[in-house]
Design a binder for this molecule. Structure first.
Ligand code: COA
Length: 382
């Protein structure tokens, strides 16, 4: 709580709202046009026509790959997917009651310890570390998901792409290509998003010239919160709690009357709509028709109307992702880790960019505590 007696300087913005904190050539969030692009390419075009591997190459290496570059990149990713027996055993020993985001943080620590380039920090070594994290994170999340169900982790399949392989390792069987593409598209839409909280956390850590894995761990910690990546899990929990379209309006009105936040709605930067949401909504609807159950999707649309009428607020990408993932049969507790695996290309691209043109990120704060206190000995303190 800010002491109101303190004079706040002109331009002070709580939560750094609207503050420009750096430059980046990775993604552009244009709130005026409700648009998102990755290195100049509209994100929804990439989600529709490219694969996650192509987008990962674009984010990390600055260009869309040609055929031979893609073949090399895909085979590098595929060859780095496996986890060492030590990491699998370490994850098995952890309490499966811990949230998968906590265990993912731990796994990234172990991956960093084992990385053959751990003691190197040149550009090429950092790129190799980034690539390994993009490749291994899905294997970690799939393993965590299966361990929670008392099942053994499945090894990655070298014959499947990034998205299809994740679904196979998590759900235990290969999915229809249309489902894999919907999942792949959602990962592309999650790929990067300017200076969002987790990316900024990663850049702050990188700006101290700490290592890449420490920077990613900072990002994972920031993403876990329900105001950021945790919103996809919170949104589906809410939809399931509401349970039926007939009770949606009363439920939302009463939550708003209690001044509760409705998860999956609103955004710091977008004020009219989340650029990624319309495309993701179409994919969620496609999933609903595929599984032949439109009840959840219909309820999500009803909530959207209610929130528009009550608060003039719009759903963000997490909201529609949550519906699509639920319909794919993915366990709810891995929705935020899925966001992390998709954002891994963006996070690591930002860390590399930060290293390439670094200045320590170190803002100032306004002191609101007491002044001129007199130190008394411990015996005389209350
Ligand atoms: N439900 C209800 N009210 C909301 C809301 C939501 N999801 N999002 C914003 N608001 C309201 C706030 O209560 C506040 O109202 P007030 O001015 O009457 O107090 C106003 O809108 C501004 O909200 P604020 O939290 O200050 O905006 P912000 O820019 O700091 O926060 C979010 C942005 C994303 C954190 C916020 O919209 C939110 O908490 N959304 C839910 C979590 C979520 O979906 N996060 C994922 C983001 S991609």
């Amino acid at each position: 709580m800010i002491d109101t007696k303190v004079n706040l300087p002109d331009g002070y913005k709580p939560g750094l709202e609207g503050i420009v904190a750096g430059t980046s050539s990775i993604s552009e969030v244009d709130a005026q046009k409700d648009a998102l692009s990755y290195r100049g390419y509209p994100a929804h075009d990439l989600a529709e026509k490219a694969t996650y591997e192509e987008v990962s190459h674009l984010l990390l290496k600055g260009k869309l790959p040609n055929k031979s570059e893609l073949t090399v990149f895909q085979s590098q990713l595929s060859s780095e997917r496996s986890l060492s027996p030590f990491i699998i055993e370490s994850l098995k020993k952890c309490s499966q009651k811990a949230h998968p985001m906590v265990l993912l943080r731990y796994a990234v620590e172990l991956i960093g310890i084992e990385d053959v380039d751990a003691d190197k920090s040149d550009v090429d070594a950092n790129l190799r570390k980034a690539l390994r994290l993009v490749a291994k994170t899905p294997t970690v999340i799939a393993a965590l998901s299966r361990l929670r169900q008392g099942k053994d982790p499945l090894p990655p399949s070298p014959n499947l792409g990034h998205a299809a392989n994740f679904l196979y390792m998590t759900l235990g069987k290969e999915q229809d290509p249309e489902v894999s593409k919907i999942f792949d598209s959602s990962n592309i839409l999650y790929g990067d998003h300017g200076f969002n909280a987790s990316t900024f956390a990663a850049r702050v850590t990188a700006s101290t010239l700490s290592d890449l894995h420490s920077s990613v761990i900072s990002a994972i910690g920031a993403l876990k919160g329900p105001l950021h990546g945790g919103a996809n899990e919170a949104a589906i929990e809410m939809l399931l709690k509401i349970g039926d379209i007939s009770t949606a309006e009363a439920w939302i009105k009463s939550a708003l009357a209690r001044k509760e936040k409705i998860m999956g709605f609103g955004h710091r930067v977008y004020k009219r709509q989340d650029s990624r949401a319309p495309f993701m909504k179409v994919l969620a609807e496609k999933m609903a028709h595929r599984v032949g159950d439109t009840k959840l999707f219909a309820m999500s649309c009803r909530l959207e109307d209610i929130m528009k009428a009550e608060k003039n607020l719009f759903p963000n990408v997490d909201y529609h992702c949550a519906v699509a993932y639920y319909l794919m049969g993915l366990p709810i507790e891995i929705y935020t880790p899925i966001f992390a695996m998709a954002r891994m290309s963006g996070w690591t691209a930002h860390i590399l960019e930060q290293y390439a043109s670094n200045r320590l990120i170190r803002p100032e704060c306004i002191y609101t505590g007491p002044r001129n206190q007199v130190l008394v000995t411990i015996e005389k303190r209350n």
